[in-house]
Write a protein that binds this ligand. Structure first.
Ligand code: BES
Ligand code: MN
Ligand code: ZN
Length: 478
């Protein structure tokens, strides 16, 4: 379903932004509530009132001077939650005194309303069980509607990525993820999908990706999406987007403990963000060539599974000693990164729920990233800030390379040291990133939530992390 951006008037509810302390000149009955100290003004709070046969929503945004896009996204989500029994059309009143331009206010409120209104219970059989959806978002100022439309598109593609991450692993496995990619390509004129099966991967020597997928009856796939717009701004630039899509990560022979293993259906969240991210680029019609390479496999223990002690040869010819089969993400990415370069990617961004260590370091908000190029690093950081998919830089350093040194092979995939697990993984990936700018985003924390975050992500599960980051990054290159 897609949310429409419409003119003001005829809304089922009109939302007014309320600061803390409440601003002067509020209309009744908000003014009366403010006078009695009952008006909620903190970020994430909202109150729904009936007035003259219509609905008025007071939505808190906190201290005026501290209002930013993230605040307004959270305000949008609070409104969506409050309107769960109403749905229909929501009209936003913008506030000219806030430290944010009208178009930016409209975009953030729209994004928050749509992301905040997401309902994860798609597999419940109860009829009419879920909240009612907001179908239209209205602004009286026509000048802000284009920004709101772009925001709605990004938010909807973000929610599509959440659907993929939330889809259970008995429904979503490499083959069905590949079908989703093909369906996406059918939606967009300049987007095409190619899917490599195990025989084709074998021919390319992708021993790392193939090994990870070998333990499951569900075969691995390498999913490739190409976006070739007419008249790209820079015909020599190809944005390479590489995603980890482990559709279920049991850990393989190095099996994980049972507690929380169900959340490992979300270990394809990087791939989902990559897929919907290139979809967003195509939907926006950005004049940037882009290539998405999604490594899809299921990591299970079985009589066919790869083992600790195995030595694999990756597509770039390097040998890898397996120390832990649960360090599988870096293996599938190794072959996908190599393929992205081979297919002409000049600037690479990879997205992966790669290490528990990164989740320990940054929690569920920021993703940590590593880059081999200062200008590329700054671009990723800026795109993170602008988009709301927040990123924070971590170091690569030649002296970390010893972390992946192996006694027997060119490198090993894990270590027994309990040090810098996320850095070790990034140093491993660097061996496969080839020449040219590359950044690795470890989104283990913000990719898939165990609980709501109290901002505009109010429910557990997939977040669609990466879709907005990719769209902002591509916009910055357009
Ligand atoms: N998919 C996991 C990482 C992960 C953990 C993502 C928690 C999201 C939440 C990854 O494949 C993994 O198992 N990593 C291991 C690596 C270790 C064996 C070197 C980890 O981080 O424990
Ligand atoms: Mn794992
Ligand atoms: Zn994993």
């Amino acid at each position: 379903m897609s949310v429409e951006i419409v003119e003001g008037g005829h809304a089922d509810a009109v939302a007014v932004l309320v600061t803390q302390p409440p601003q002067e000149g509020l209309e009744p009955p908000l003014a009366e509530l403010a006078a009695s100290g009952e008006l909620p003004g903190e970020v994430g709070e909202a109150v729904l009132l009936h007035r003259d046969g219509g609905r008025l929503l007071g939505v808190g945004v906190g201290k005026r001077d501290e209002v930013n896009a993230e605040t307004l996204r959270s305000a949008g989500a609070a409104a969506a939650a409050e309107l769960g029994r109403v749905g229909g059309t929501l009209e936003w009143r913008l506030d000219g005194t806030l430290p944010l331009e009208a178009a930016d206010q409209a975009a953030a409120l729209t994004e928050g309303t749509i992301i905040g209104g997401y309902a994860p219970g798609k597999w419940k059989t109860r009829e009419n069980g879920g909240p009612k959806e907001i179908e239209r978002i209205a602004f009286s100022d026509a000048a802000v509607r284009a920004a709101a439309e772009r925001a709605a598109l990004l938010a909807e593609r973000t929610n599509r990525a959440r659907d993929l991450a939330n889809t259970p692993p008995n429904e979503l496995y490499p083959e069905t993820l590949a079908e989703a990619a093909e369906a996406l390509a059918d939606e967009h004129e300049h987007l095409t999908a190619t899917v490599l099966d195990p025989a084709e991967m074998e021919a390319l020597g992708m021993g790392a990706l193939l090994a990870v997928g070998r333990g499951s009856h569900n075969e691995p796939r390498l999913i490739v999406l190409r976006y070739e717009p007419p008249g790209p701004t820079d015909p020599n630039l190809v944005l390479g987007l590489v995603g980890k899509a482990i559709t279920f990560d049991a850990g393989g022979i190095s099996i994980k403990p049972a507690g929380g293993m169900d959340a490992m259906k979300g270990d394809m969240a990087g791939g989902a963000g990559t897929l919907q991210g290139i979809g967003a680029i195509a939907a926006l019609g950005l004049p940037v060539r882009a290539l998405a390479v999604i490594a899809a496999a299921e990591n299970l223990p079985s009589g066919h599974a790869f083992r600790p002690g195995d030595i694999l040869t990756a597509a770039n010819g390097k040998t890898i000693e397996i120390v832990n089969t649960d360090a599988e993400g870096r293996l599938v990415l190794a072959d996908a990164l190599w393929y992205a370069r081979r297919e002409g990617a000049t600037h690479i961004l990879d997205l992966a729920t790669l290490t528990g260590a990164m989740e320990v370091a940054l929690g569920d908000l920021f993703a940590g990233f590593f880059a081999n190029d200062a200008a590329w690093s700054e671009r990723i950081f800026a795109a993170g800030e602008r988009s709301g998919d927040l990123t924070w830089p971590f170091p690569l350093h030649p002296r970390y390379r010893r972390y992946v040194d192996s006694t027997y092979a060119d490198m090993k995939n894990a270590s027994t040291l309990r040090q810098a697990g996320a850095v070790l993984a990034a140093e491993f990936l660097r061996e496969f990133a080839g020449e040219g700018p590359w950044a690795h985003v470890d989104m283990a924390g913000p990719g898939f939530l165990d609980r709501g975050r109290g901002d505009y992500y109010r429910v557990p599960g997939g977040t669609g992390y990466g879709v907005r980051l990719i769209a902002e990054l591509a916009s910055s290159l357009a």
